[in-house]
Every structure is written in structure tokens, then in C-alpha cells.
Ligand binder design. Structure first.
Ligand code: SF4
Length: 170
């Protein structure tokens, strides 16, 4: 225990703050998103993230949305552990064969009206993995998809823009 505390104090804070430019963009798109969420969902947007076979690069960016630096909870975005409480699914990765049924069940368990967003090049169209003996390709090959956010991986700001675009278009 003392060794761990010693390590913590010796290492200090290693995270870097956002640049002024990115911070300004996060605040701008966040404010628009907050207004769109209030208009469409009254209070907040609950998201269930589904990793259908990704390399976890997209997950790192999605998790970053929720960290103290991006802090997207302030805009009314919450991540939920259960699809039963979700308004939106974020699906990453090419859909691996062994995740096909799980993805379908998650989709079915999410109450209507639900929004589905394919995240990353892999979620959009299979990306570098494409379709193979192990992969079914993009999320739309298994469930209906409302929007795609390309990138390998998309940044948190690009994710916010993609979510805002979908909510605004609906
Ligand atoms: S889009 Fe890129 S980062 Fe995301 S799962 Fe595919 S390879 Fe990984």
C-alpha cells in the first residue's frame, strides 16, 4: 500500500490539458448537443456502447468522452450498462461472428425509438478487417444503423459532432 502511494506521489499528474482550440470546440459542440438533447430527450441521452469486435481503439476514444478532460456528462450524455435504459447504441468494430447474436439481442433489448450509430471505419463498413471467415463487416450487416461516424478511430470531438448531427437530423 505504501509503495503504491509512493508511486502515485512520485509520478504526479501525467495527463495533458486540451489545447485551447480543442477545448473551445468541445464547449461549442457540447452546448449545441445539450440543447438538442433537451429538445429531443427532455433531460439526458443514455448511451449503451457495444464492442462487436473492435481492436479497442474506438473504445479508448469513447471512454475519453467521459473522462474529466472532455467531461461530456456536463452536456447530458450518460453511459449506461444496460441497453434497457439506453436511447442510443454506439457500435464499434467489425461484427465478429461470435458477437452477432449478442448484438442482435442488445438491439432488441433497447426500447424504441432507439438510435444506432456505427462508430469507426470498422463499425461503418468493416474497415481494415472487411468481411472474412471471422468478420461480418459493418454493424449494418446485422442491425439497422441510423448513422456512421468514420475514422480510425474517430476523436471524441468527432464523436460529439456525429451524435449531434444524428439528433439534429431526426
Ligand atoms: S476503426 Fe480503427 S480503432 Fe476502431 S476498431 Fe477499427 S481498427 Fe480499431
Amino acid at each position: 500500500m505504501l509503495r503504491i502511494l509512493h508511486q502515485i506521489f512520485r509520478t504526479g499528474v501525467v495527463t495533458e490539458p486540451l489545447t485551447d482550440e480543442v477545448e473551445a470546440e468541445v464547449v461549442l459542440v457540447g452546448a449545441r448537443l445539450e440543447a438538442a438533447i433537451r429538445r429531443r430527450f427532455s433531460r439526458s441521452l443514455a448511451i449503451r456502447e457495444v464492442d462487436a469486435g473492435s481492436c479497442n481503439g474506438c473504445e479508448l476514444e469513447i471512454i475519453a468522452m467521459n473522462n474529466p478532460i472532455y467531461n461530456c456528462e456536463r452536456f447530458g450524455i450518460h453511459f449506461t450498462a444496460s441497453p434497457r435504459f439506453a436511447d442510443m447504441l454506439l457500435v464499434t468494430g467489425p461484427v465478429s461472428h461470435n458477437m452477432e447474436i449478442a448484438l442482435k439481442r442488445t438491439y432488441d433489448a433497447t426500447p424504441d425509438p432507439k438510435l444506432v450509430v456505427a462508430v469507426g471505419d470498422c463499425g461503418c463498413n468493416g474497415g481494415i478487417f472487411g468481411e472474412s471467415y471471422a468478420s461480418l463487416g459493418g454493424a449494418s450487416s446485422v442491425i439497422p444503423v441510423d448513422a456512421c461516424i468514420p475514422g480510425c478511430p474517430p476523436t471524441p470531438v468527432e464523436l460529439l459532432h456525429g451524435i449531434l448531427h444524428l439528433i439534429d437530423c431526426r
